[in-house]
Design a protein around this ligand. Sequence first.
Ligand code: ADP
Ligand code: MG
Length: 276
Amino acid sequence: MANAPEFIIDGLKATVEGKEILKGLNIKIKGGEVHAIMGPNGTGKSTLASTIMGHPKYEVTEGSISLNGEDVLEMAVDERARAGLFLAMQYPSEITGVTNADFLRSAINARRGEGNEISLIKFIRQMEGKMKELEMNPEFMHRYLNEGFSGGEKKRNEILQMMLLDPSIVILDEIDSGLDIDALRIVATGVNAMRSEDRGFLIITHYQRLLNYIKPDFVHVMMQGRIVKSGGPELAERLENEGYDWIKEELGIVDETVGQDEGEFKVPMNTTAPKY
Ligand code: ADP
Ligand code: MG
C-alpha cells in the first residue's frame, strides 16, 4: 500500500549522562503491524522510546533510525512528531496554564502544518467524539494538561492525543500501568480501532495482560539494552506462564538490567539481535 509506513531501527546505541543504555538494538515495524516489546524493569525500554522521540537527555552514539527512508536522527523533536511519530509516555507531564484543548489543538496544527490548520468547530467536534469513545468526562477538555489527573485519566488522555493526531508510528510506553480492568479495556478498544495498514505500533509493556486485549503480531524481549529474543504472540504467553527467568538461563544472562559493569555481561557485547 502506498501509505504504509516503514520504520527501521538499526544497531542503535544510546547513552544517558555518559552511561550506555541502548547497546545495539534492531527492529523493523511496517504499517499494519503491532510489535510488543516486553522486558523487566531497568532494561532500557523507556530509554528506547525517549531516544526515538529525540529527548535531549539521550545521545545516540551509533546506529540509525529511519521512517519511510528519512533519517529520524536528523530531525528536531517537533519534526519527528510532524513526520508521524507519536509516543504515549509512561509518565505524562503536567502543564499548568495550558488546557488540554489548547494543547491538543496546537499539537494537531503542528502536525498538519501551516495553512492547513483544523477549524475550531471541527476540532471540538472531533475531540468530543473521541472523548466519548474513551468514556472521558467532557470537563477534561478544559482542565490544565494532566494536572490533577489520576494515573488512569492521564493514560486515557495519551490515547486521546493519539487518536486526534493520527500518527503513522505509535509507541505506547506502559500504557497499561495504573489502569484498572475497565479502563484497560477502553484504552485497548481505542488502540484497536486505530489499527490499520497506514499505521504501525510499538507497544512497550512489562505485563502480558495488555496483550490479551491488543493482539501483537511480533513479540520482542528486551534485556541489557537490546532485543534478546523475538517471536510471535506465543512468546508473550510463555512469559505470562513462566516469567523471564528461562530466557535469562537460555542466554546465560545473570543481570538483565543495563548500567552494570561490562564485565558482568554474560551475552557477548557484539551479539547481533534478530532482525525483522
Ligand atoms: P525500563 O523502561 O526498561 O524500566 P529505563 O529505560 O527507564 O528502563 O532505564 C534503563 C536504565 O537507564 C536505568 O538504569 C535507568 O536508571 C537509566 N536511565 C534512563 N533514563 C535516565 C535518565 N534520564 N537519567 C539517568 N539514568 C537514566
Ligand atoms: Mg519504562
